[in-house]
Design a protein around this ligand. Structure first.
Ligand SMILES: Nc1ncnc2c1ncn2[C@@H]1O[C@H](COP(=O)(O)OP(=O)(O)OP(=O)(O)O)[C@@H](O)[C@H]1O
Ligand SMILES: [Mg+2]
Length: 318
């Protein structure tokens, strides 16, 4: 069953006559029980999307249902089902970690007894006991981040939004966070997290989407995405053959192992520069040279590159 359904969500910001289109027509469906990852470079629109889905920011256009409730018409109901750990965190620095967590639990309707019990459990599992009773203004960055997590988890929401949960955590705390996410998932919680780390997405997420410049540019399981983007790129420079440039282009395009052919700009009239997306680049490299030779073309240079998921994040879209 879908727990999040987003249709054509848009948001732009206006600052001193400048308009930033932060989210441009995002569509997503997240199934209950999934861990869903949102990847993308700085400024891609991740936090803006999350802020809309958590009712903190009204969308300009589009609609979303969260746990069956309409985001625009039933924001109060949406809020009862979700937890949100924002990128900045939201602890009160005058209170201790424990007090913050108990207050949050009470805010979400837990009884005083249950709020204390749940807080104690959580402080234990996030290994916060040594600093839980100090004012949070004395916390280190990583300790504060752990408290942010505790605040998002304390009322055991059905759906948890985590905005870059592992930023600022040392490797041990990061492993603890991953463990906590897995435990939550085992208990039926759905998690929508943003991250810059592919290994984190790989480890944790059932499915992911890559957002760039406000638009989703790829979506699927981690291995599906890798297949999509792991295609190797062969860049070659050649001088004309008996065929015209467009015939060469079409000839290469017809080969079964070639996904795409792009012409690149050249400086010399006789030169043709092409970029081929292929599978198993190192195996087909020689075949490409033979094919071009067979049509009378002279290959001047040929290079093979392997774009990563990171390249896809930063170069696609606008
Ligand atoms: N309140 C605002 N006023 C103006 N522009 C904003 C505002 N909030 C976000 N933006 C702009 O919207 C774009 C998307 O920002 P957003 O915070 O959603 O990115 P992000 O994907 O979360 O990036 P990061 O990885 O750095 O956290 C950016 O260009 C940002 O500068
Ligand atoms: Mg962000």
């Amino acid at each position: 069953m879908a727990i999040v359904e987003i249709q054509d969500l848009w948001k732009s910001f206006r600052n001193r006559r400048k308009v930033v289109e932060a989210v441009r027509g995002v569509n997503l469906t997240i199934q209950e029980g999934e861990v869903f990852g949102f990847l993308g470079p700085n400024g891609a629109g991740k936090t803006t999307t999350l802020r809309m889905l958590t009712t903190l920011l009204p969308p300009d256009k589009g609609r979303a249902t969260i746990a069956g409730y309409d985001l625009r018409n039933e924001p109060y109901r949406v809020r009862t089902c979700i937890g949100y750990v924002s990128q900045q965190g939201g602890a009160d620095s005058a209170l201790t970690g424990r007090e913050n967590a108990i207050m949050q639990a009470r805010f979400y309707g837990l009884s005083a007894h249950n709020a204390q019990k749940r807080t104690a459990e959580l402080l234990e599992s996030l290994e916060m006991a040594t600093f839980a009773d100090r004012p949070t203004r004395t916390y280190s960055g990583g300790q504060r981040r752990r408290l942010d997590l505790a605040l998002g988890l304390v009322h055991q929401p059905r759906l948890l939004f985590l905005d870059e949960p592992s930023i600022g955590l040392d490797p041990h705390s990061r492993a603890m966070l991953w463990e906590e996410v897995r435990k939550l998932q085992a208990n039926g919680t759905t998690i929508f997290l943003t991250t810059h780390y592919l290994d984190e997405a790989d480890q944790l997420c059932d499915r992911l989407a890559i957002i760039n410049a406000g638009q989703i540019v790829a979506e699927g399981t981690s291995s599906q995405l890798k297949q999509q983007v792991a295609g190797d790129v062969i860049t070659l420079s050649l001088t004309h053959s008996s065929m015209t440039p467009s015939q060469v282009h079409d000839y290469l395009r017809e080969q079964a192992f070639v996904h795409e052919v792009h012409a690149l700009p050249t400086t010399q009239a006789q030169e043709l520069r092409l970029q081929l997306s292929v599978e198993h680049g190192e195996e087909v490299l020689v075949t490409v040279v033979h094919l071009l030779d067979s049509i009378g073309a002279t290959v001047h240079s040929i290079t093979l590159a392997r774009p990563s998921l990171d390249d896809r994040c930063s170069h696609s879209g606008r």
